[in-house]
Design a protein around this ligand. Structure first.
Ligand SMILES: [Fe+2]
Ligand SMILES: [Fe+2]
Length: 155
């Protein structure tokens, strides 16, 4: 995995969640490659969505995206991708196809945010907006515990 970009201190916790998201995609990829039972992978992605990513999306939408505003092209793209990913996480059928799309699209969404969108937000944000992000994020750290079924370490 490439080294994380040097971020403003206020954005680092959100960037760390991106690292976890990239790891999720890697785990899905491993699971699919090793022909792990699809239901096991889906259980994990459901758990990860509920305990980590859902809050991450909401946090970005509430505290970060408004810094650029709804009309911004990059924000429009990010919102479209959030809607699409929410759907992929929450669609029950077509497991193999959906997991594989999820894996790809999550990586590309995260790379877009890290390389382009967060750069722009960082430049546009006032100090107090960054301070607010830092403060609100610290309330947001859920204690989700560890997932026991490590299907990605099967072989
Ligand atoms: Fe996002
Ligand atoms: Fe994100």
């Amino acid at each position: 995995m490439p080294k994380p970009i040097k971020r403003h201190i206020a954005l680092r916790p959100v960037s760390r969640e991106h690292h976890q998201g990239l790891l999720l995609s890697w785990k899905i990829r491993q699971g699919l490659k090793q022909k792990v039972e699809l239901k096991r992978i889906k259980k994990y992605t459901d758990w990860f969505w509920k305990n980590h990513l859902q809050q991450h999306f909401e946090f970005e939408e509430e505290y970060m995206f408004p810094i650029l505003g709804k009309e911004d092209k990059m924000i429009k793209r990010a919102m479209r991708e959030h809607a699409r990913l929410r759907r992929l996480f929450n669609t029950p059928g077509r497991l193999e196809a959906n997991l594989s799309l999820l894996e790809e699209e999550l990586v590309s969404h995260i790379r877009f945010e890290e390389r382009e969108l967060f750069e722009k937000i960082e430049k546009a944000a006032a100090e107090e907006q960054l301070a607010r992000i830092e403060k609100e994020h610290s309330h947001n750290d859920a204690e989700a515990g560890e997932w026991q079924d490590e299907f990605w370490n099967e072989n």
